[in-house]
Design a protein around this ligand. Structure first.
Ligand code: GLU
Length: 485
C-alpha cells in the first residue's frame, strides 16, 4: 500500500527588502497548495547570496506574510523539525553531499582559474565551461590538492540522451542533455550555489511540491539530475506563469514599475487593502471552478487546486484591483470602515470636531481607496477658494441671475431653524422648493456650492450642512451671498 505523504510546500525568498507581487503570489500559492490538502507550509530564508543581502530584509518578509494573512507552519521564527530554516545556518551540510557525488563519479573538482574561465567565456563556442577538468587523472587531482589549488565542484552532466519531466502547469518538458552545462555545485569558498542548495534543502526538508516562477523551468532538468544522482524522489513541480503589465499602446510586457506599483508595500501605500491585494493576486494565474471573484483567505484555502493554475501569462490589471478594493470597502461594517478611515479623516480634518460615523455614511459606498478620502473631505475643515461660476448649473436651472435670491431665501429659512438635524434641514429646504414650485435641485444646488465651495462632494446639501454644524454652515452661506452680489 502506498503511504500518502503529507503535502509540504516551501516559500524560499531571498531577503532583498522588497516583496514583488510575483513573490507574494508564489508565497500565496505555496500556502494554498499546502492548506487545500491539509499540508504544511514552510518558510525558508535563502540568504547565502551575501552580495544581495539587505539589512532588515528578513523582517520585511515576516511583516509582509503577516499582513497578507499567510502564516507558515515552520520557519526561522516558529521552528519545526526540519531546521535550521535559514540557509546561512545550513552552510555546513552541503559539502558532504557534493563529496558523496564526487566519490560516486557524478561530480568532479574543477581547478580552472578565473582567468581561464574568463577567456573561455570570450572564445568558447560551447557557450560555457568546456569540461576541462572533468577527466583529470587521480594523480593530477591529488597533486593539485596537495598544492592547495582552489577548486569548485561541478556536476557531471550526461553527454547524451534527454531529460524529461512533467510540470503540473506546463506539462511535459524535455531537454537534450548535451545542452546542460556542468554546473557548479560548490564554490571555491566551500559554499553551495543556489542550484545545489535548493535541491539539498528541498529534499532534506521533505518538500513535496516546489512552486516557483517559470524562469526556473529551464534549470529544472539539472535539479532533477541531482535528485536522480542521489536516488531521491523528484518533487512535484508547479511553475507559475509570468506576470505582465498593460502598456499604453495596448500591448503587454513583463510587469514593471512603469505599469504601476509592483511591491506589496507600495500597493498598500497606494491605498489597496491587504485582503483585496491577496484576493486579486490569488486570481492572477489561477481560475476557480465557478466564476466567483471575491474570496476570503479561508475560502481560498478550501477551493484552491493546482489544475486551476494557467500557464499563459497573467496580466496585472490595476483597474480590476481597484474594483475589488472598492468591493471590500463596501462590504465592511460601518464601524470597521470608520476605524480604518480614521487616520485619513484626521489627515484631512486635524482635530476638527465632526461626527466620523456620519462621514462614513456619506463615504463608504463611494470610496475605492482609503487614500482618496482626505482630498474628498478637506472642504469640511476649510472652505476652498471658489469661483461664483460654480453657482451656474443648467440641469438644476440655476444661474447668476436667480442664484442670489434663491440662496438668500434658503439662508433665511435655515437661520430660523431650531433643529439642525438632517431631517429638519431636509424638510426646511424641500418645503421651500414645494412652496415656490421649484425643482429640489434648483434650491439645493446653490446651498451645496456655498457650503462646500466645490462642485463634487461626497453627500448632498443636507448631509454637508449637518456635518458642518449650524454656525459654520450659515457663515459659509453668507460668504456665498457676498460672492454673488
Ligand atoms: N531564493 C529564490 C528566489 O527568491 C527561491 C527560488 C525558489 O527556489 O523558489 O528567487
Amino acid at each position: 500500500m502506498d503511504v500518502i505523504k503529507q503535502v509540504r510546500t516551501r516559500y524560499a525568498p531571498s531577503p532583498t527588502g522588497f516583496m514583488h507581487v510575483g513573490n507574494l503570489r508564489t508565497a500565496l500559492y505555496e500556502y494554498l497548495i499546502a492548506k487545500s490538502q491539509g499540508g504544511a507550509f514552510v518558510l525558508r530564508i535563502e540568504d547565502t547570496d551575501r552580495e544581495r543581502y539587505v539589512e532588515g530584509a528578513v523582517d520585511v518578509i515576516y511583516d509582509t506574510l503577516k499582513l497578507a494573512g499567510i502564516s507558515h507552519d515552520e520557519g526561522p521564527d516558529v521552528g519545526g523539525d526540519f531546521g535550521p530554516y535559514v540557509q546561512s545556518e545550513r552552510k555546513d551540510m552541503y559539502l558532504p553531499y557534493a563529496e558523496q557525488l564526487i566519490k560516486e563519479g557524478k561530480a568532479y573538482r574543477c581547478f580552472c582559474t578565473k582567468e581561464r574561465l574568463e577567456e573561455l567565456a570570450q572564445t568558447s563556442e560551447f557557450g560555457g565551461y568546456d569540461r576541462h577538468c572533468r577527466d583529470l587523472s587521480e594523480e593530477e587531482i591529488a597533486q593539485k590538492l596537495k598544492d592547495g589549488e582552489p577548486y569548485v565542484i561541478r556536476q557531471k552532466m550526461p553527454l547524451e540522451g534527454k531529460t524529461t519531466f512533467t510540470d503540473a502547469v506546463f506539462g511535459e518538458i524535455t531537454v537534450d542533455n548535451s545542452e546542460l552545462q556542468d554546473q557548479i555545485l560548490i564554490k571555491t569558498d566551500g559554499y553551495p550555489t543556489y542550484n545545489f542548495a535548493n535541491v539539498i534543502d528541498d529534499h532534506t526538508m521533505g518538500i513535496t511540491h516546489v512552486v516557483r516562477g517559470s524562469e526556473y523551468l529551464s534549470s529544472t532538468p539539472k535539479y532533477n539530475l541531482l535528485y536522480d544522482a542521489f536516488g531521491w524522489e523528484i518533487p512535484t513541480y508547479v511553475h507559475l506563469p509570468l506576470i505582465m503589465g498593460k502598456n499604453e499602446d495596448g500591448s503587454v510586457s513583463k510587469l514593471s514599475k512603469r505599469h504601476g506599483s509592483t511591491g506589496f508595500e507600495d500597493l498598500i501605500k497606494d491605498g489597496y487593502l491587504p485582503e483585496a491585494i491577496i484576493n486579486y493576486i490569488a486570481l492572477l494565474g489561477w481560475c476557480p471552478k465557478d466564476n466567483k471573484e471575491i474570496f476570503t483567505m479561508k475560502e481560498l484555502e478550501e477551493s484552491f487546486f493546482i489544475e486551476g493554475i494557467s500557464k499563459s501569462p497573467a496580466v496585472f490589471d490595476y483597474d480590476k484591483l481597484l474594483w475589488m478594493n472598492a468591493e471590500y470597502i463596501k462590504a465592511m461594517s460601518d464601524e470597521e470602515f470608520t476605524e480604518r478611515a480614521t487616520p485619513y479623516y484626521r489627515e484631512a480634518l486635524g482635530d476638527l470636531e465632526i461626527d466620523y460615523s456620519k462621514l462614513t455614511a456619506i463615504l463608504k459606498q463611494r470610496t475605492e481607496k482609503f487614500t482618496d478620502i482626505p482630498d474628498k473631505i478637506r472642504f469640511f475643515a476649510e472652505l476652498p477658494e471658489y469661483d461664483k461660476e460654480l453657482f451656474v448649473n443648467k440641469k438644476s436651472k440655476t444661474n447668476l441671475e436667480n442664484s442670489p435670491a434663491l440662496l438668500q431665501e434658503a439662508y433665511d429659512r435655515l437661520r430660523a431653524l431650531d433643529d439642525w438635524s438632517y431631517d429638519s434641514l431636509h424638510d426646511c429646504l424641500i418645503n421651500m422648493a414645494v412652496e415656490k414650485e421649484l425643482k429640489n435641485g434648483t434650491v439645493l444646488w446653490g446651498v451645496r456650492i456655498a457650503a462646500a465651495g466645490q462642485k463634487v462632494t461626497p453627500g448632498g446639501a443636507f448631509e454637508i450642512l449637518e456635518l458642518l454644524g449650524r454656525e459654520e454652515a450659515l457663515k459659509r452661506i453668507e460668504k456665498g451671498l457676498e460672492k454673488l452680489k
